[in-house]
Design a protein around this ligand. Sequence first.
Ligand code: GDP
Ligand code: MG
Length: 348
Amino acid sequence: MTSPSLGLADLGWTPFFSTQLETDELNNFDPVRVMAVHRGRIHVVGASIDTLILPFGEDEAAATVGDWLLLDRGSIRPHRRLTRASLFKRRAPGTGREVQLIAANVDTLFIVSSCNQDFNVARLERYLAMAREAGVTPVVVLTKADLVDSSQDFARSASKLLPGLVVEVLDAREAESAAVLLPWCGAGQTVALVGSSGVGKSTLINTLTGEGIATQGIRADDDKGRHTTTARSFHRLKAGGWLLDTPGMRELQLTDAEEGLAEVFADIVALTEQCRFSDCRHETEPDCAVKAALETGALEAERLKRWRKLAAENARNDASLAERRATERSFGRMAKQVMEGKRRRQEE
Ligand SMILES: Nc1nc2c(ncn2[C@@H]2O[C@H](COP(=O)(O)OP(=O)(O)O)[C@@H](O)[C@H]2O)c(=O)[nH]1
Ligand SMILES: [Mg+2]
């Protein structure tokens, strides 16, 4: 568990959060960060607090890992959640709830890929769109640099994907090599990690935390008051920051990521705005700026194809969300009618 001597700044408290506090809130409430959400209990840590509280808020207002809450100093009850600097969320397949919160207030997303078979531009673009959508700074981390002769070639093609994108190449097993990631791992900073299986995420976590994560777990009270071992979400980095690792991070999909996609494919979006027709599909229409860019070579056909695919995937996810919302609404109406009918019959 975390040491009680942690200051708020160590936990990731910044002016972004402190400026949200009203003067009287400073006197009566203590800021705490959500370290883990268990069934029925939330583990929060503050400057001199380390405790479990009851669930707080519903749906998007619910507390998720990484959130900052204000606790009433007397009753230790949550008073309110502070506005998030960033938020990862995903569709919740097969559950009644539409959107599942994954993690809040992550500063940097390490998008992990390896310098071999896993390297895939389309996958990187998908993760970049998610990072942008969440409001998190992406850093591409290319592992297994020691296994190829030309790691810089991979780095070059990745860095072209977004203006100013940082790409680091390393051997995830070596602390010295992974030290290129330290600028994002210092005190008060929170990072999360995504990437396919086998690219070296666990190896990197071990290297950056100095822990053996296979054996990790914290003990927490479950609903029935028993102690159970739960996977830990917050890992302390050797450099002082935090690595936020939840199962949900590994299952992120594109949902409502229109803005994220528009940022990652800003070049194509700019072209579409120059087409003669606002609903141009960039197929057979005249004066299509996208086709013109393909012809001059300013735009790669492959990149256009990837954009179409991701935009379609996002649209599909959005559509099925809207469908489910509609079904739930009509089910709600039906249930209400049934109940009203029953009440009327009883009254008759
Ligand atoms: N040579 C080399 N092997 C690595 C590197 N990173 C990870 N590995 C190996 O790749 C395998 C998969 O790594 P793991 O961390 O389990 O991947 P994960 O599925 O993303 O968590 C393990 O055998 C690691 O030792 C690296 O940078 N270089
Ligand atoms: Mg792993």
